[in-house]
Design a binder for this molecule. Structure first.
Ligand code: BMA
Length: 365
């Protein structure tokens, strides 16, 4: 890790630096694998935009743990970015809130890393004050209660302990922690999670980030590339940045926006463009990589959604990746990428074959 930093410094001093070599994670003690991940993400942006899918290899529209992938079955290739969900890890459970075993997630993250893909983690963590789930927004005291000095400080530290244990557990072939993107406390500009806009003050929200990373780093967690992603309902730069923890924590920035059915296309396209027009310049000013952290249209009702809506909307923005949400195996309508026989299958193949759309094989060399 130190050698890596030294080499970057030498590169700068000798005038042969490139932007790729310069970029370093916010964590000054980031592992060399995390440094490489961030720099690789930047380098790949010259090739195009990576495609990501949540829970791609652990279940799909009508299967679970079959060792396949809806994306691969349709296109012949895997996504380049794989999203995984850690909700319930903080409670010491064996399975996440969607019924996926953490042991399975760990195994898949190791496979992804070994095969040149990129792992990104979301965390729909439980409400430590009420004992409810991540969507329990009944109290505006949760964040306050889990910060140092709060009634639930110890409970939250216990949660972070479980989280840290998992984050360090997937290993590279060399036995080092797999580097991963970690995207906590997301969609905070909305108020549907316990850390949402109306449920804590700005100072509390920022303190939550700081406390989380002080604790994780104190436990030796240095394999993270940290992502900040708002809900896509912000209309100005001020709104997007109102709660931005601008203190050496964030590596990449983005937002989550979904289309709500075929007839919602125009609103969706306008919202994505408005968001990108705000976030891309912030990324340039703050030297952060920009991502489209979550998106999709549940059930993909438009057969041409991939090239006609998604790609048309994002293709001119300098993004690292776009990630579509999961294909639930136990809710037939809850899917965001096609499976074999689904109406948008053909268009998804067209999307995959575009030169600047990057799936796994496109990022493996
Ligand atoms: C949501 C839905 C839920 C799921 C959660 C965490 O958007 O898909 O069913 O539990 O994400 O994965």
């Amino acid at each position: 890790m130190k050698i890596n930093r030294l080499m970057s410094t030498l590169a700068i001093l000798s005038g042969v630096s490139s932007a790729v070599a310069d970029r370093m994670p916010a964590d000054e003690n980031a592992t060399s694998e995390a440094v490489q991940l961030l720099q690789r993400m930047e380098g790949l942006m010259e090739r195009g935009i990576m495609f990501g899918h949540q829970d791609d290899t652990v279940y799909g529209h009508d299967w679970k743990y079959d060792g396949v992938s809806d994306v691969k079955q349709v296109t012949g290739d895997y996504p380049a970015v794989f999203g995984w969900e850690l909700g319930n890890v903080e409670l010491g459970k064996d399975e996440n809130l969607d019924g996926v075993a953490f042991a399975k997630i760990r195994e898949q993250m190791e496979w992804v890393h070994a095969n040149g893909g990129i792992n990104t983690i979301s965390w729909h963590g439980a409400n430590a004050l009420t004992g409810g789930d991540t969507w329990d927004n009944s109290s505006d005291q949760v964040v306050k209660s889990i910060l140092p000095g709060g009634d639930k400080e110890a409970e939250f530290l216990d949660q972070l302990d479980h989280l840290a244990t998992f984050l360090l557990s997937p290993r590279t072939a060399d036995g080092n922690p797999v580097p991963m993107i970690f995207r906590p406390y997301h969609e905070h500009t909305g108020s549907w999670f316990w850390w949402g806009q109306r449920l804590c003050t700005k100072d509390e929200y920022i303190a939550l980030w700081e406390h989380t990373f002080v604790v994780l780093r104190s436990k030796g967690v240095h394999n993270l590339i940290v992502a900040y992603s708002a809900a896509g309902d912000f209309e100005t730069e001020e709104e997007y940045l109102e709660r931005y923890p601008d203190n050496g924590l964030i590596d990449i920035i983005g937002f989550d926006t979904y289309q709500r059915g075929v007839r919602d296309k125009d609103r969706y396209v306008a919202a994505v463009k408005r968001g990108m027009d705000i976030v891309v310049p912030i990324g340039a000013a703050k030297d952060k990589i920009v991502i489209f952290a979550e998106t999709g249209d549940e059930s993909v009702g438009d057969p041409n959604w991939w090239t006609g809506t998604l790609w048309e909307t994002i293709k001119d923005y300098p993004l690292s990746y776009v990630l579509c949400w999961r294909n639930a195996h136990d809710r037939p309508e809850h899917f965001y990428v096609p499976f074999v026989g689904q109406a948008s299958e053909g268009d998804f193949k067209k999307f995959e074959s575009k030169k600047r759309v990057l799936f796994l094989k496109d990022v493996q060399d």
